[in-house]
Design a binder for this molecule. Structure first.
Ligand SMILES: [Zn+2]
Ligand SMILES: [Zn+2]
Ligand SMILES: [Zn+2]
Length: 332
């Protein structure tokens, strides 16, 4: 399907994919943001599942959107090259009208196997690349821009520097060079499945249906924790989907005895109605005012002043200052 609909020129394919990608990101993140962050939508029943009891400032959310927009054009370069190569017969990528009835490639079972393989191999890739960003200063210099969002909203899913966005999307080019892959399945897995799970991870809320204490999947708690606590030299939970990769390496797991998942916090009595009454939900409707986007420094992606300091231990504050600085020093 995708191969047929893509314009034949490289530039127009790239522009089209960038427009589609940005639209998917903005529409899907906006829907979740509205239901869980908009002032009149936040209820006690919802809030008691919020990992960080506080809400980010509207400026911080604006920075997430700006950062996403500043890098997304690089995320669409690998899939554009991939489509170009498949159209010119230079890659193993292929298209078929309906993959489910494509008996040459195994029909529905073939779709399931490709989907699972793409998920597992991509998850390993994303984990490995992400971990580099927390181990080596050169990589951290790019990746630290994602960690400015210590209390992320659903708009932070790909709020990365352009280099990180490019490498995150590189499997879309590399995998079809190595093995035959149906482009529609690959794009669906990245554009719908991964992005949906990315929204869940940056939701800011947890769900009783996937406890942080489950042994297999990274939950929204783990990625919240990652944003708030992981910095250069502290690669806690750099995994995306599966926990197994972080479980296999040193320093990949945050100490369980310090768990502050929402269920542990509820047990400590920290999600009471009294506590909720003190919570200030910012007026995010300013995000709909064009003047808010025209203010001084608004389009820098670093305009917000809210910082992570209050939540951190003394040791973590030292790391946090490295986060804001040039970040050129390796910290062990
Ligand atoms: Zn993140
Ligand atoms: Zn990270
Ligand atoms: Zn817990």
């Amino acid at each position: 399907m995708l191969c047929e609909f893509s314009p034949s020129s490289f530039l127009s394919t790239w522009l089209l994919l960038t427009a589609i990608g940005f639209s998917i990101v903005m529409v899907s993140s906006s829907i979740v943001f509205y239901h869980y962050y908009w002032k009149n939508m936040v209820t006690f029943e919802k809030w008691k599942w919020k990992t960080n009891p506080k809400f980010p400032s509207p400026e911080k959310v604006r920075d997430e959107i700006v950062q996403t927009a500043k890098g997304i054009y690089t995320a669409t370069i690998p899939p554009t090259i991939s489509i170009y190569l498949s159209q010119t017969g230079k890659s193993k990528a292929y298209c078929s009208g309906n993959p489910l009835t494509d008996s040459d490639h195994g029909g529905a079972m073939g779709v399931l196997i490709q989907f699972l393989l793409i998920v597992i191999v991509s998850d390993f890739w994303e984990w490995g690349y992400h971990r580099l960003g927390h181990v080596y200063p050169r990589f951290w210099n790019f990746h630290k821009h994602h960690h400015v969002f210590f209390n992320p909203s659903p708009f932070a899913v790909i709020a990365d520097e352009y280099v990180d966005q490019f490498f995150r999307a590189l499997p879309l080019l590399v995998f079809p060079m190595i093995v035959p892959i149906n482009m529609d399945i690959m794009f669906f897995t990245y554009g719908a499945f991964f992005y949906a799970y990315g929204i869940y991870l940056h939701w800011g809320y947890e769900t009783p249906y996937l406890s942080a204490h489950n042994p297999i999947f990274n939950s929204a708690y783990h990625h919240y924790l990652h944003h708030a606590k992981a910095i250069l030299g502290k690669p806690y939970h750099t995994g995306f989907f599966f926990k197994i990769w972080d479980n296999c390496v040193s320093g990949g797991v945050y100490p369980i005895e310090k768990c502050f998942c929402v269920q542990c916090e509820q047990k400590k009595g920290k999600r009471s109605e009294e506590a909720f009454k003190k919570v200030v939900v910012p007026d995010y409707s300013v995000l709909l005012n064009w003047r808010f986007w025209m203010g001084r420094g608004a389009l820098s992606g670093t305009s917000a002043s809210d910082e992570n300091i209050a939540e951190l231990t003394e040791e973590e504050k030292v790391f946090a200052s490295a986060k804001r600085g040039a970040g050129g020093k390796k910290v062990n």
